[in-house]
Design a protein around this ligand. Structure first.
Ligand code: SF4
Length: 343
């Protein structure tokens, strides 16, 4: 077996079931036209049902995850040196929604006010354009920013939900700080501001920062450095909690959620995507000429291994998701036995 393949397959052998909670890193909403932003409910349902992943993880994703951790550690190191770090990796659990999460960093500013910081890394042309705002290359290989940019939807949901949870959820042991659990619970309960700090993996000097607040039941953000722009409402908290409830209902009632994303758009999805301008220039050109173009959602994208076998690139339940439609599908054939979970 090739070394790369061996490393990729280790994901399956290393895999362990997680607690049957909903996770703040996998929240989602439906927008006004019914399009889902964030995690796929079906994918989260497989995990809640204790299903063993069917698809090994692409090495690239694991490296990106590792890079993200290194960048976060560097930010923590600098905050520590500046005597601004309060804590790292604070785990919260909110029983009302059965929701778990872990805040990257709690830090204090010049005025001694505490805030949450979530450190995110990004790379590539499209991410640059979204996060830094439309930009153009300069002669020296750098970029000139022209706009305030926009954070990723899933990151806004994550940080927004931490701001909601801090006065409601229980702090769990295991974070890095000198504070006891009850002291930490007290410290975070009034935090009302969070920061999304984006670092470009290809050019780490390209930082983007967004200030996130909860107001009138909604998650609002504003790009730091663009204070003249108006704060933007991303979504209402209720949009997120209703999706949490939907997933919980599917879990309790043992019903498979419909697919939130698609590995191949049908005619109707193509027409919608074209109308809403969600096609690349190349896709739109082919669609206009042929009335069809191959299009998918990246969440359901697959890659072929050396044996021409398809695996989910971002979804570790890609193959299981296809099996659900078969008449002979039985969920219990894919669930980890309880004895194994408890070990
Ligand atoms: S393959 Fe796509 S639709 Fe199916 S569970 Fe994964 S992300 Fe969801």
């Amino acid at each position: 077996m090739a070394f790369k393949e061996y490393l990729e397959q280790r994901f399956l052998s290393e895999w362990k079931p997680r607690a049957p909670h909903l996770y703040v890193s996998a929240l989602s909403i439906k927008d006004r036209v019914g399009k889902v932003e964030g995690a796929c409910l079906r994918k989260e349902w497989f995990r809640l049902q204790n299903c063993r992943p069917t698809d090994h993880q692409n090495l690239r994703n694991r490296v990106i995850f590792g890079c993200g951790n290194v960048i976060e550690d560097k930010v923590v190191e600098q905050l520590k040196l500046a005597d601004r770090l309060i804590s790292q990796g604070v785990k919260l659990y909110w029983s009302k929604l059965n929701l778990s999460g872990e805040i990257d960093i709690i830090a204090r500013d010049d005025e001694d006010t505490l805030s949450f910081i979530e450190v995110k890394s990004y790379a590539g042309y499209f991410s640059k354009n979204q996060i830094l705002g439309p930009s153009k290359k300069t002669g020296g290989g750098g970029y000139t920013r022209r706009g305030p940019g926009t954070p990723r939807e899933s990151h806004l949901m994550q940080l927004g939900m931490y701001l909601v949870m801090c006065s409601k959820a229980d702090v769990k042991e295991g974070y890095k700080s000198q504070y006891e659990v009850d002291e930490m619970q007290e410290l975070i309960k009034d935090i009302d501001t969070g920061y999304l700090l984006y670092v470009d993996r290809e050019a780490p000097e390209q930082l983007a920062e967004f200030k996130v607040k909860i107001q009138d039941g909604g998650i609002w953000y504003r790009a730091v450095g663009f204070e003249k722009t108006e704060p933007v409402l991303f979504c209402n908290i209720e949009d997120i909690t209703s999706r949490c409830q939907e997933l919980t209902n599917h879990h309790i009632n043992n019903t498979v959620p419909p697919r939130d994303f698609s590995s191949l758009y049908d005619k109707e999805q193509l027409a919608d995507a074209y109308r809403r301008g969600e096609m690349t220039a190349k896709e739109a050109k082919t669609y206009e000429a042929d009335g069809w173009v191959r299009k998918d959602d990246w969440q359901c994208r697959a890659f072929k291994d050396g044996n021409d076998e398809l695996h989910g690139l971002y979804c570790q339940y890609f193959k299981l998701c296809q099996l659900v439609d078969l008449e002979e599908f039985k969920l219990e054939d894919h669930q980890v036995p309880q004895e194994e979970t408890n070990n």
